[in-house]
Ligand binder design. Structure first.
Ligand code: NAD
Ligand code: MN
Length: 357
């Protein structure tokens, strides 16, 4: 029997609530499938750890994660710890330390979930956003000078490298090629940002020659928000920089019904290191402890994790179970229902166990 080692990092806010739900579904899948086993080790890293130790994780944190096949991550963020500390203290060191340069964010409208867009239903919006996840605007370069003085300066330098842009572009073209419509939209802001962004456009054109069967076009990021809202059906696979794709994928999540259904996979395509799977949303402290966090984003990312581990049948079964439950109208309040996290999770686990999926 195959055996996978999973590092669970539930971290902050609703992170522990949705990760518990995700692990319950994964357990039900492993039992149902019988062909694989998951060994899960949980780490208590996050804002509580920071309050005790002055760091979000131990110094050898990423080193310890190397032994795992995948990382299952909740969310970081607490009202009393600055966001840049929680983010740069835990999530980004893992993404960057393990060179998880491809961040893959599928979005579609699941049955039974209503998009805020009038007349847009399942089938009208089925996208996957590929976010460059290793450099760009989140390269961590910049600085502050003359602190506190009127002439204080703060810079945030976006770094784009030929290697970094080429590899994400190839990843996106390959993904577009594997999808039925073979359609890719390359997003930049190359009218105003005339160095790194123009290089993106040039590299897109170069890489496109390797994929003659993929139809591709270019969009400026501001116009892209309009196209996503008004012509969702005209889009399929999308590739954008770290910052642009961060913003566009929150919009995508909202257009598909809620941030609570949007998943993300931080992938090292070369498989040198463990990849990390998480919901897109944050720690949502406005609903923490109320038992109403939507676990669907976490189920969906668990499905991405199974796919990555090489268990496509279990991955598909999990999504089929989720769609069966949403179609039945068993929904949390963020998507218009009255169900709790537990009720949705139990219904999904029941659907996993049922014979016809
Ligand atoms: P958020 O994603 O936590 O919440 C935004 C809104 O969406 C809130 O109203 C929340 O209740 C709702 N929401 C989010 N996930 C939900 C779910 N699963 N079910 C139901 N409703 C859900 O974003 P925010 O409020 O801007 O940030 C809160 C904290 O999370 C901040 O500290 C922020 O830095 C952090 N954050 C972390 C990550 C991450 O860990 N990857 C991502 C985004 C934000
Ligand atoms: Mn984000």
């Amino acid at each position: 029997m195959k055996h996978y080692r999973i590092a669970a990092i539930p971290a902050d806010g609703i992170g522990p609530e949705v990760i518990a739900a995700g692990l319950q579904a994964l357990e039900a899948l492993a039992r149902r499938d019988g062909g694989f086993r998951l060994e899960v080790e949980s780490f208590d890293w996050g804002s509580d750890y920071y309050r005790k130790h002055g760091a979000m994780m131990p110094e050898d944190g990423t080193e310890r994660l190397k032994a795992f096949d995948a990382i299952f991550f909740g969310a970081v963020g607490a009202p009393d710890v600055p966001d840049h500390i929680t983010l740069w203290g835990l999530r980004l060191p893992i993404c960057q330390g393990f060179d998880q340069y491809a961040n893959v964010r599928p979005t579609k409208i699941l049955p039974g979930i209503r998009s805020p867009l009038a007349g847009v239903g399942p089938g009208d919006l089925d996208w996957v956003i590929v976010r460059e996840n290793s450099e760009g605007e989140y390269a961590g370069c910049g600085g502050r000078a003359h602190r506190g003085l009127p002439e204080e300066v703060g810079t945030e330098v976006a770094i784009f490298t030929r290697v970094g842009v080429t590899r994400i572009m190839r990843y996106a073209f390959r993904l577009a090629q594997a999808r039925p419509r073979k359609l890719l939209t390359v997003v930049t802001k190359s009218n105003a940002q005339r160095h790194g962004m123009v290089m993106w456009d040039e590299i897109a054109a170069e890489v496109a020659r390797e994929f003659p069967d993929v139809t591709w076009d270019k969009m400026l990021v501001d116009a892209m928000t309009v196209r996503m809202t008004l012509k969702p059906k005209s889009l399929d696979t999308i590739v954008a920089t770290n910052l642009h794709a961060d913003i566009l994928s929150d919009l995508a999540g909202a257009l598909a019904g809620s941030l609570g259904v949007a998943p993300t996979a931080n992938i090292d395509p070369e498989r040198r290191f463990p990849s990390m799977f998480e919901p897109i949303h944050g720690s949502a402290f406005d609903i923490t402890g109320k038992g109403i966090a939507n676990p669907i984003a976490t189920f969906w990312t668990a499905s991405q994790m199974l796919e990555h581990l090489g268990e496509p049948a279990a991955a598909a079964r999990l999504m089929a179970a989720v769609e069966q439950v949403t179609a039945q109208g068993i929904l949390t309040p963020d998507i218009g229902g009255t169900a709790t996290t537990r009720e949705v999770t139990d219904a999904v686990c029941e659907a996993i166990r049922s014979a016809n999926l």
